[in-house]
Design a protein around this ligand. Structure first.
Ligand code: NAP
Length: 267
């Protein structure tokens, strides 16, 4: 089996990365940065997002594992003390594959009919470069609302505990194939109106944003951000691809939610 280990880059993560690397080679696994079967991220959820974005072109052939060197993460759920156990499990391939849904983002441009597409594990956000963000929001091909405010966040179920949660969105179990649209400071008064609640769309519904006055937008996809110019539309839906987690121990989603946001259960 071929592996790659991505470190957050701090001293603790680098040391642990080195250790995992040499243990895996001792078990005759091959280091292969280009075509790994398994990718281990060492750091936090942010590092895990970076590992995911590095291998979006080979999701069918790569499984991911996260080790955290800070606090418990949603994706990084192994602690450094467990790495011997983890390495043995990886080398014996005694893992279960768990799949989570992803968000597909397609940006289409006004000038040349070209498009760019992205996959998000957490979310994509759209904001204006300057002035109030104004977009027509279409759902399943029908005009839904004209949104005015700071921007919109479209998240995956596993990303629902990240930016989406800070915006008042619901936490969605990752077994539900869906995307969630949450508002950033919408303008609501006697003239302008938005739904005001987060919306959860099923896998067969598409959300399309169409610019009204501006054409340049700041678009984020997980931790990455870009300035998108001459935007004609931005389309969001549940992606056909999924992320595959190599799961070596049960750690139910709701336990992770509790341990991260309420309190750590006694072990
Ligand atoms: P960052 O600003 O350094 O970290 C954002 C925080 O979000 C970190 O504590 C990170 O955990 C945590 N996080 C990431 N994915 C999560 C998830 N699925 N559930 C719960 N918490 C999660 O940025 P970054 O590390 O590059 O991560 C980018 C992410 O930051 C974006 O995808 C977005 O979700 C999030 N973000 C949140 C807000 C907000 O809450 N107001 C604003 C902007 C962006 P670790 O410490 O374990 O890495």
């Amino acid at each position: 089996m071929k592996f790659f280990v991505l470190s957050k880059g701090d001293k603790k993560s680098n040391l642990l990365t080195k250790k995992i690397h040499s243990y895996l080679q001792d078990f005759s696994l091959t280091f292969d940065e280009n075509e790994p079967d398994i990718v281990i991220s060492v750091g936090g959820d942010g590092t895990f997002l970076a590992a995911f974005q590095k291998y979006t072109n080979r999701l069918e052939n790569t499984a991911f594992v996260g080790v955290h060197t800070g606090h418990l993460g949603f994706y990084a759920d192994w602690v450094p003390e467990e790495i011997e156990k983890l390495v043995i499990a990886i080398s014996k391939s005694t893992y279960q594959i768990i799949e989570y849904p992803l968000l597909e983002v397609i940006v289409r441009y006004t000038n040349d009919g070209k498009e760019s597409s992205f996959l998000a594990l957490n979310e994509s956000t759209v904001k204006s470069v300057e002035g109030t963000f104004v977009m027509d929001v279409e759902i399943k091909g029908e005009q839904f609302e004209r949104f005015r405010g700071d921007g919109l966040c479209i998240s995956t179920p596993s990303g629902s505990t990240a930016y989406n949660k800070a915006l008042g969105g619901a936490i969605i179990h990752p077994s539900l194939e869906s995307i969630q649209i949450s508002e950033m400071a919408s303008i609501n008064n006697r003239v302008f109106r938005t739904i005001g609640s987060p919306l959860i769309l099923p896998a067969h519904h598409t959300c399309m944003l169409k610019p009204v006055t501006q054409s340049d937008f700041l678009v984020t996809v997980d931790h990455l951000s870009s300035l998108q110019k001459d935007v004609k539309s931005i389309q969001f839906r549940v992606a056909d691809q999924k992320i595959r987690f190599a799961r070596y121990k049960p750690f139910p989603f709701w336990n992770r939610v509790r341990d991260s946001f309420i309190e750590k259960a006694e072990s």
